[in-house]
Design a protein around this ligand. Sequence first.
Ligand SMILES: [Zn+2]
Length: 284
Amino acid sequence: MKPEFEQLSPHILLMHATHETDRPIVAAIMGERRTLLMDAGNSPAHAALFREELSRRGYRQPDLLALTHWHWDHSFGMSGWNLPAVAHSGTAGMLAHLAGLDWSDECLDTLIAEGILNGDSAEHIRKEYGDPKKIQIIQPDIVFSDQLVIDLGGITCELRHVGGDHTADSCILHVKEDDILFLGDALGPSVYGGPRRYSSSEFLRLLGIAYGYEAQWYVESHDRPMSNEAFRAELRSWERLARVVDVFGNDRERVALEIKGYLKLDQLPEDLLKGIEYFMAGAQ
Ligand SMILES: [Zn+2]
């Protein structure tokens, strides 16, 4: 599938996510002195597509890489870049654990059993790599625990650890001058180790952080960039769902009833029905 590129702002070029092998967004943030790469891609092949596009446009290649979290689809492209990499200490810890593995079929099965992968991601890995034994894990060079500011020359990037249901090491990246917030997968549910789960309190905490930036653009790694208004419109029913779960816990019927009433619908759309299941799993 041909990748799509978008110049989101004067200083940011991104490559859109594709879903066939779960490739997330990769972005270059270009200051006067340095270019920062946001996430490495899910493989060296994925990384190469972005590098080629930067060359084609005559843009500076990245000088530095920042990871949003350890998940394979965001970090396994590191070996395709050979860049100094910045990551949260939790990200570094998980990558150190994964670096010692042989990526055989048995290894993938063990990781699924341990809740470090799931069946879908193992399938995506096989499809992306052909032979997963080619996977090469690279360790980050610069490790932080709370937040880190990177000055690219006229462009300031603030990396902030937020954690949450998706992963404990999730970080967001705010490009101050262009007013763009990269959310990684921080607003997503927990995806490994059992059914997908959301806890209402964590979801609302993260939403509060994201809204607090009042960014011009919000970028979730597996979605299209959204304007502030579009982001709030998209999250409105999810926020309500989380608030209802906060009050009624795992009372599925009551939660569904409240949301139907709020949205004035007899039948909830598919994504919200799934959402209810994620919150029910998290409210157990
Ligand atoms: Zn993820």
